[in-house]
Design a protein around this ligand. Sequence first.
Ligand SMILES: C[S@@+](CC[C@H](N)C(=O)[O-])C[C@H]1O[C@@H](n2cnc3c(N)ncnc32)[C@H](O)[C@@H]1O
Length: 231
Amino acid sequence: MTILPTIFVALTLTQASLMLFAQSFGGPPRRPAAASTFAAAPLAKDDAERKILDVLDEMDRSQRRGTMSVPRDDGRLLRLLAEGAGVQHVVELGTSHGYSGIWFCLALRTTGGKLTTFEIDPGRAAAARENFQRAGVSHLVTLIEGDAHQEVTKLKGPIDLVFLDADKEGYADYLKKLLPLVRPGGLIVAHNITAGMADPAFIKAITTDSALDSVFVSVGSSGLSLSLKKR
Ligand SMILES: C[S@@+](CC[C@H](N)C(=O)[O-])C[C@H]1O[C@@H](n2cnc3c(N)ncnc32)[C@H](O)[C@@H]1O
């Protein structure tokens, strides 16, 4: 799995945000324009991609309130990580309305992989099913309704990428249960890893295990951790 280029892109984005922040306070001299200066909407390569991006655009416009979906650039990063690494099985904790799940599906339709996603709230699970249907990606998705802390114990490996975006205080428990199923070379990506939101138990777990290498990145106002399960 070739994850280094994708992690490099993420880190570059972080450096770019820090440079811009520093410049606004009269910090270091201006470097050549950073990638984020040229941020632009994703461009569809074909009709199939257009159909999915249209659904994501519509969700951005009308389904933001109450869904707690990741921001669009985080979704793009998830797609980039999954497609760049050629993942076969993504496990997502916290489906909500399916926004991040659809970004993963943009990758999975090209890698031939599948998404297993967990949601405890029946209303959100129903909305996600409808959105997966509208985007034409239902065949790539298994949505499991219920408490993921129990439901993940029924999963079988190997998992290529775990995306943690459910109850923040549950991340350490999800990691404990899922890490044995993640294949060597696989990734654990966690959302809302900011000073105010990250659970110290999870941070400790991903930074003190020598079988993992973890980096922390920011995309816009979001914070994520990316952990590699070493081979
Ligand atoms: C931040 S939202 C997920 C957003 C989604 N990943 C996206 O970006 O489109 C968190 C979701 O996790 C769900 N959740 C919270 N605790 C859960 C649990 N124990 N099991 C399954 N889902 C849970 C919530 O109902 C909520 O819909």
